[in-house]
Design a protein around this ligand. Structure first.
Ligand code: PMP
Length: 307
């Protein structure tokens, strides 16, 4: 569950949580015209550090570019806003939600102004798929909903409207007693979870769906591919059939909010031994050591709040 903050950065100012509101006729509320990021800051020996903040903010600008939305703040300004949202709320770790949306610009589908309102909220958010998920693994199902089709809604954009698809996928799964739903693309091949990318392990090789499988190219996915290769694992981005999940040795999901979550069953078929597997455990440990500043950070992925 999330626990909110006292202050929210809103169009250049830090304002009280209760005042961070918008008009009911905001364009984004009616048409999904928002772009956003989910970023985590972890408590490290050198104070709070935001993991891959610059990469997340670049993806925010990329998402806005696809929708021809103007973010009237620089990367430096939004970087500082993220750090301030953590510092001024007194958090040592946090989930950050940078968010840009078309606000009170009229109800025409294509308003003249493409200038976004921008907010950055910080909050405390524990393990997204439950406290036990990281060690015990979770039970998932294949969704009856496919992921977005190519050239309909661009999945490389982390846009508000795309999350109607995610709501259908995760809502259906939860109603049926699963922790998460896994979506196939419109070719029937593996795509992604409602809010997570996927890794299948077979005979020591890691497989993950390519960006052509209509996924959000996740930063956690990229981090895990990097950490796995560094440890000598082969990583292949290739099309994956549904049944590969049932026959996998290990299967895990990645996401900023979810982190690295082992999957212990798919459609009630146990994955491997039906528990977190050894490679998943090794990569999970490497990930948490990195984000918490307990291992070297040669790529400068930790961006310290107090710098
Ligand atoms: N796919 C979807 C649909 C998501 O919402 C997320 C979470 N942002 C991811 C994948 C994972 O992306 P990341 O690792 O950058 O958080």
């Amino acid at each position: 569950m999330t626990q909110s903050s006292e202050l929210i950065w809103h169009n250049g100012e830090m304002i009280p949580y209760q005042q961070a509101t918008t008009h009911v006729l905001s364009h984004a509320l009616h048409y999904g015209s928002s772009v956003f990021e989910g970023v985590r800051a972890y408590d490290t020996p050198n104070g709070p550090a935001i993991f891959r903040l610059t990469d997340h903010l670049k993806r925010l600008y990329d998402s806005a570019k696809i929708y021809r939305m103007e973010i009237p703040f620089t990367l430096e300004q939004l970087t500082q806003a993220c750090k301030d949202a953590i510092k001024q709320n007194g958090f040592s770790d946090a989930y950050l939600r940078p968010f840009a949306f078309l606000g009170h610009v009229g109800l025409g589908i294509n308003p003249k102004s493409r200038v976004a309102d921008v907010t950055v909220a910080a909050m405390q958010w524990g393990a997204y798929l439950g406290e036990d998920s990281l060690a015990q693994g979770v039970d998932v199902c294949i969704s009856s909903w496919n992921r977005l089709a190519p050239n309909t809604m661009p999945t490389a954009a982390k846009a508000g409207g795309n999350y109607l698809s995610s709501q259908l996928i995760s809502g259906e799964a939860k109603r049926n007693g699963y922790v998460e739903g896994i979506a196939l693309d419109t070719n029937g091949l593996l795509s992604e979870g409602a809010g997570e990318n996927l890794f299948v392990i077979k005979n020591g090789v890691l497989y993950t769906p390519p960006t052509t499988a209509c996924i959000l190219p996740g930063l956690t996915r990229d981090t895990i591919m990097t950490l796995a290769k560094e440890r000598g694992f082969e990583v292949r981005e290739e099309a994956i059939a549904r049944e590969a999940l049932y026959l996998a040795d290990e299967f895990f999901m990645t996401g900023t909010a979810a982190e690295i979550v082992p999957v212990r069953s798919v459609d009630q078929i146990p994955v491997g031994q039906g528990a977190r597997g050894p490679i998943t455990e090794e990569l999970q440990a490497a990930y948490f050591a990195l984000v918490k500043g307990q291992s070297p950070d040669p790529r400068g992925w930790l961006e310290y709040v107090n710098d």
